[in-house]
Ligand binder design. Structure first.
Ligand code: SF4
Length: 342
């Protein structure tokens, strides 16, 4: 922690004006909240969370599509986090369907093999961290009664959207260490803003903040790597190749965002036999959000969970109104667990 203290002292010495940095990673938010970092940072250094929780940014229309698959008699295999995320007509948990919680796509394939009489659909959420594993599974030619509902998203197009809007007045970004471990950080170099790839220990995050603040103070922008023990500029070349062998980018809506160009991943036509949307003729529709939930603003870094009038009252981890209170990577749930205890 002596190292952390040195970094913290350097940060306090450098931050003499308002600086806002955004991270795009639920694991970063959890680490920041768990270690109470916001309470020891310079008062003028603001850390906001962006759209870094893959469950939270899955729009209601995709939850409704999963519910449509339940209505068609499919067995749904999904991460536990997704069970209680509300769509416009309920959640998977309340659907009464055959819903199996799995730890990953391989478990969903196992179910399909074990129960060939059932149609098993894996709800495939996640950023670039999970898509390569799903791609490898599809390439292994799982049984024909297996398919996926692809809800994957790519991080850089959302950053481009946020920068184009300028609504959060961002001075820089902490880049997600897990995503960059797969993708590298070359593709982030096009953004004209300070960026630092950061790991997940408190010292990793403090170092990332310090490197970002230094860039801001020097008036320069580049991508620095504060997580070199895991992340390289090129990333995992094999994983990237697998991902783009099976998936192709397409324009898609994020919860709290409009349609963002080339920000989603869908199966290429040669793999459409595994595409649940095509196999079961499911349409994904836009749905207006719950009127009082401000998840959209939280995910864009322009509101904090505690700005929501439902936070900790009508909306709690036991009674979630929006997805940010459901997922363990959601800012509202993280703040409810850690920040409200301080
Ligand atoms: Fe939405 Fe609940 Fe968060 Fe408010 S506290 S923004 S209702 S998830």
């Amino acid at each position: 922690m002596a190292v952390g203290k040195e970094i913290l002292d350097a940060l306090h010495a450098l931050v003499d004006r308002d600086i806002t940095l955004m991270h795009i990673c639920g694991t970063h938010e959890a680490a920041i909240a768990r270690a109470g970092l916001r309470s020891i940072l310079p008062r003028k250094l603001k850390i906001v969370m962006g759209p870094g929780c893959p469950v939270c940014i899955t729009p209601q229309g995709e939850i409704d599509a999963a519910l449509d698959l339940v209505e068609q008699g499919c067995t749904i295999a999904t991460y536990g986090d997704l069970l209680r995320v509300p769509g416009s007509k309920g959640s998977l948990e309340s659907s009464g369907g055959d819903i199996r919680v799995v730890q990953g796509v391989h478990k969903a394939v196992e179910i399909a093999r074990r129960e060939p009489e059932r149609e098993v659909v894996f709800i495939s959420v996640g950023f670039e961290t999970t898509a390569p594993t799903v791609a490898a599974t599809i390439l292994s030619r799982p049984p024909e009664n297996f398919s996926i509902l692809s809800c994957h998203r790519l991080v850089p197009p959302a950053m481009a959207w946020l920068l184009a809007q300028g609504e959060a007045s961002l001075d820089g970004f902490l880049l997600p260490g897990h995503v960059c471990a797969v993708m590298g950080y070359e593709e982030y170099e096009r953004f004209p803003v300070p960026q630092v790839v950061a790991g997940f220990e408190p010292e990793d995050i403090l170092l990332g903040l310090l490197m970002a603040v230094r860039q801001v103070r020097e008036g320069v922008h580049r991508v620095d790597n504060a997580y070199p023990r895991v992340v390289t500029r090129e990333g995992n070349v094999k994983a990237k190749r697998l991902m783009y062998e099976v998936f192709e980018p397409f324009d898609v809506e994020w919860r709290g965002f409009p349609v963002i160009p080339a920000s989603g991943l869908r199966l290429k036509p040669e793999f459409e036999g595994y595409d649940a949307q095509k196999k079961f003729d499911i349409e994904i529709r836009h749905v207006d959000k719950h009127s009082a939930c401000i998840c959209d603003k939280v995910l864009r870094g322009i509101a904090r969970p505690s700005d929501c009038k439902l936070f900790g009252k009508a909306c709690t981890p036991r009674t979630p109104v929006g997805p940010c209170m459901v997922s363990h990577e959601g800012a509202c749930k993280i703040w409810q667990l850690y920040e409200s205890r301080r």
